[in-house]
Design a protein around this ligand. Structure first.
Ligand SMILES: *[C@@H]1O[C@H](CO)[C@@H](O)[C@H](O)[C@H]1NC(C)=O
Ligand SMILES: *[C@@H]1O[C@H](CO)[C@@H](O)[C@H](O)[C@H]1NC(C)=O
Ligand SMILES: *[C@@H]1O[C@H](CO)[C@@H](O)[C@H](O)[C@H]1NC(C)=O
Ligand SMILES: *[C@@H]1O[C@H](CO)[C@@H](O)[C@H](O)[C@H]1NC(C)=O
Ligand SMILES: *[C@@H]1O[C@H](CO)[C@@H](O)[C@H](O)[C@H]1NC(C)=O
Length: 380
């Protein structure tokens, strides 16, 4: 009886000794690992120094190169644990990236610009607007080259909340290969994301275009006279580092109920800077790069034309150039009147907003029938 008890005790002691030494070995290995890790981080310049008297629970911020880390030290049962969390990205110029455009492409066409186009057109469109996209594909958007200068065209989309609409998009993309979709939710309040998406895509996949036209899916673009205009500008360098559009003078934000109301929290200043009317404007490539870069350091503001062509352009030092064309360069009125005017004077308008597409679903076609054949490329 006594014997067994003793054996049992010895086993117990043995077992706990065993546990103890396993634990010790484990802690040593852990310490070694942490040491090696610290040396590694130190060499990478991520850890610059630790305060010797770190207080448990305190968060310290360290900046090294492009990165800013939060380092927190916690003490638990005499063991000091150090956590290093990437806090924010810094740029070389010490500015903090506060608005990274880090959405994922759900649909992408990486080789569209393999042809090195002179002009890239990107069109803001909503997933459900497939009829409008088809109209554009059939009419002005079908032009792929003028005088040996290439034109490429893409449609920019977010994600529709309607599942079947999204499925349709996938099919449409397989057919036409001109859709780019990112994983933010499609909504009026997310249009700025779409605009920035266009800039990022251009930089990543179309960096050699000379001009980039941003327009909407309800705008008719009078592509031949527009092209003449751009070729002229390209020759004499006017506006090559600018944003070309219809410039709106500084104006106060709408603060009361209105489709484009901006609260003080959303936009604090009393005036908008000058900006381009969002229905159609043209970037030079250098403007695309500068404005995209500026977008990383600015808090998001949802009214896209004000933000991108106003606030960001100002920050980026991008100047505006008024698109000078026959009076008026673009048109907000409709459709019958415009149609008749264009019959008499085919390059009178560069852009027509067809806001009554509901009533005249074939209006793009009507315009195109008049304008396609009989426009001389030099406008003579
Ligand atoms: C880093 O610490 C600051 C306070 O010092 C805090 O505001 C911020 O949220 C922390 N960031 C992360 C990623 O924990
Ligand atoms: C960035 O800031 C750190 C100190 O905060 C300074 O030592 C460094 O020179 C700055 N770098 C630039 C490029 O301004
Ligand atoms: C989704 O879109 C389809 C047409 O594309 C429509 O028939 C359906 O009612 C929509 N569903 C919802 C929930 O809006
Ligand atoms: C987009 O808009 C919707 C509704 O306006 C909103 O819920 C969502 O958070 C926005 N942002 C993204 C990244 O989807
Ligand atoms: C343009 O129209 C005129 C008559 O309106 C016609 O004489 C001319 O050949 C046409 N030009 C082209 C390029 O189709």
């Amino acid at each position: 009886m006594q014997k067994t008890v003793r054996v049992h005790d010895i086993r117990k002691i043995h077992k706990s000794n065993n546990m103890n030494s396993i634990f010790k070995v484990f802690v040593r290995i852990l310490c070694l690992c942490i040491c090696f890790w610290c040396i590694f981080l130190y060499q990478k310049g991520i850890i610059i120094r630790f305060r010797t008297s770190s207080i448990a629970g305190e968060i310290m911020e360290y900046t090294s190169g492009k990165y800013n880390y939060n380092v927190s030290v916690s003490k638990f049962d005499g063991v000091t644990e150090t956590r290093i969390v990437l806090n924010k990205m810094m740029e070389e110029n010490n500015k903090t990236v506060i608005s990274p455009h880090d959405y994922k492409y759900l649909i992408n066409e990486e080789t569209i610009c393999a042809s090195n186009p002179f002009m890239l057109v990107f069109i803001h469109t909503a997933p459900k607007n497939n009829i409008r996209r088809n109209m554009i594909r059939k009419t002005w958007g079908s032009v792929r080259s003028i005088k040996d200068y290439r034109i490429e065209l893409i449609f920019l989309l977010g994600v529709a909340l309607n599942r079947s609409t999204n499925d349709d998009i996938v099919q449409e993309s397989k057919q036409y290969h001109d859709i780019i979709q990112e994983n933010f939710i499609e909504s009026y309040r997310n249009l700025t994301l779409k605009g920035i998406m266009g800039l990022k895509w251009t930089i990543d996949f179309c960096p050699h275009a000379t001009f980039i036209l941003k327009t909407d899916d309800d705008v008719f673009v009078n592509i031949y006279p527009l092209f003449d205009y751009l070729l002229k500008i390209n020759k004499d360098e006017t506006g090559r580092h600018n944003l070309l559009g219809f410039i709106r003078p500084p104006q106060p934000p709408a603060r009361k109920s209105n489709l484009n109301t901006a609260t003080k929290e959303e936009y604090a200043r009393d005036m908008y800077p000058p900006f381009c009317n969002g229905l159609a404007f043209i970037y030079s490539m250098s403007a695309v790069k500068a404005i995209y870069k500026a977008s990383l350091y600015e808090p998001f503001f949802w009214i896209d034309d004000v933000f991108i062509t106003g606030v960001l352009a100002e920050k980026a030092g991008v100047k505006h150039t008024q698109l000078k064309h026959k009076y008026p360069s673009y048109l907000l009125t409709s459709s019958d009147v415009t149609l008749n005017t264009l019959k008499g004077d085919k390059d009178r308008y560069l852009f027509v907003l067809i806001h009554d597409l509901q009533r005249f679903p074939s209006r793009m076609d009507d315009f195109w029938k008049i304008l396609r054949l009989n426009t001389t490329v030099d406008g003579q």
